[in-house]
Design a binder for this molecule. Structure first.
Ligand code: HEL
Length: 391
């Protein structure tokens, strides 16, 4: 085994700093999360770390085997299904959405690629829903929306960019993605996820149960932090997540997300050509870019990692893998709506992919973490668009 900080043979990455990773998870708990955990899959070696509790009432310890709500990591699953349909010549990325869903959107210049890269300009209806975190959540906790109702909420607002313009993150795009999946496959998204991703990868903890409100099997409870400082955490575990659906309603586990992302980057879920399209990047902040349902982040050591983040009431997820898919991290805190907890969780990436910090390395989070915290105000919603070649 190489010494800390020395490159690990296959990926050229330094050895992970497991002590540093555990310290970050402890910090997340110190900042108010009941529990925080991470699973690292590194060339077949598995490391699991969990601190704190899964259930504040019973005091049960959090376990990396617990299932949880993955929020927008769902977007990567939705994009994978659509890219498989591209491989099957049933969908063209540069065709207007209107070709497949006539009359749905008011502008027939919006293409499938614009939607999957957040460049459609469709306003994010969830900005309205969650302007107030607890009352906003309680108003939708058990609601069931149709996709069209969610899109109608978006269309009440002016578009944020013209089609193909600047990156502007919006859940509406991945609601359109869900409708495309259902139209093209003739199946509910639950079936498409199951047949095309969950079963082929033997993911045993991954479920799309919408509109059921319960997480099946062993899971961690999730806690929403109220906006008012010092307010009691709200147990947000039971919810339909109907406001998100194909943009954010999947349930999974650290093991399944590691398997999924590793398989994706290793080319197991689509053709090389389709993966190349998924990895065409638009800028999304100083250290981030966005592909098709996929984020790319540059870490403090210069390493790029690939995956997605998720923020759904009660749960923050970080799921990222190396360029070759051989080192993968999924980290979770079972509290949301706390910039302190979220910032702590972002710091799980550096010890995992950069190893022990040299004494001069910056220890504060990079400035453009604000997108992940954007419900409290996001300065990085727009960026110039230049499609970068795949990497
Ligand atoms: S927001 C994000 C993250 N994405 C987007 C999506 C997801 N999640 C949401 O849109 C949920 C917003 C409400 C979450 C709630 C909380 O923290 O529990 N916040 C509030 O109510 C604030 N008023 C860009 C962060 C992503 O990383 O892609 O997941």
């Amino acid at each position: 085994m190489a010494a800390p900080g020395r490159p690990a043979a296959a990926t050229g990455l330094p050895q992970p700093d497991l002590t540093g990773l555990r310290g970050v998870l402890r910090t997340a708990v110190g900042q108010g999360a009941p529990g925080a955990m991470a699973r690292l899959d590194d060339h077949g070696t598995v490391h699991k770390v969990a601190v704190g509790v899964a259930d504040r009432r019973t005091g049960r310890a959090l376990s990396t085997a617990d299932r949880f709500r993955i929020g927008s990591v769902t977007k990567t699953f939705s994009a994978v299904v659509l890219l498989q349909l591209v491989d099957e010549a049933r969908l063209s990325l540069d065709a207007p959405v209107d070709r497949y869903l006539p009359g749905l959107l008011p502008d027939d210049r919006i293409t499938v690629r614009h939607v999957l890269s957040h460049r459609s300009g469709l306003y994010d209806y969830s900005d309205d829903l969650f302007a107030r975190s607890v009352s906003g959540f309680e108003a939708v906790r058990t609601k069931v929306f149709t996709y069209r109702q969610l899109i109608d909420r978006s269309l009440r607002h002016a578009r944020t960019t013209s089609p193909g313009g600047a990156y502007s993150y919006s859940n509406t795009n991945f609601v359109v993605a869900g409708l495309l999946i259902e139209k093209l496959t003739g199946q509910p998204v639950a079936t498409a996820y199951r047949r095309r991703v969950i079963e082929p990868l033997r993911l045993h903890d991954t479920f799309y149960v919408h509109p059921d409100t319960a997480i099946p099997g062993r899971h961690t409870r999730g806690y929403l932090t109220p906006d008012a400082p010092g307010g009691a955490l709200v147990d947000a575990t039971r919810q339909t997540v109907s406001w998100a659906q194909s943009a954010g309603a999947l349930i999974s586990s650290t093991e399944d997300l590691d398997t999924f992302l590793s398989a994706l980057l290793r080319g197991r879920l689509m053709s090389a050509g389709a993966l190349k399209e998924m990895r065409r990047w638009v800028p999304a902040g100083a250290t981030q870019s966005y592909g098709l349902g996929l984020r790319r982040r540059k870490l403090s050591c210069g390493v790029w990692v690939y995956g997605h983040t998720g923020a759904v009431q009660g749960y923050y997820t970080y799921a990222f893998t190396s360029s070759d898919g051989h080192r993968t991290l999924t980290a979770l805190a079972n509290a949301s709506n706390s910039s302190k907890v979220h910032t702590a969780m972002l710091r799980t990436l550096d010890p995992t992919f950069c190893g022990k910090p040299p004494t001069h390395r910056r220890t504060t989070a990079p400035r453009d973490t604000a997108e992940d915290l954007r419900r409290g105000g996001n300065p990085v919603r727009r960026a110039a668009v230049v499609l970068a070649p795949p990497r």
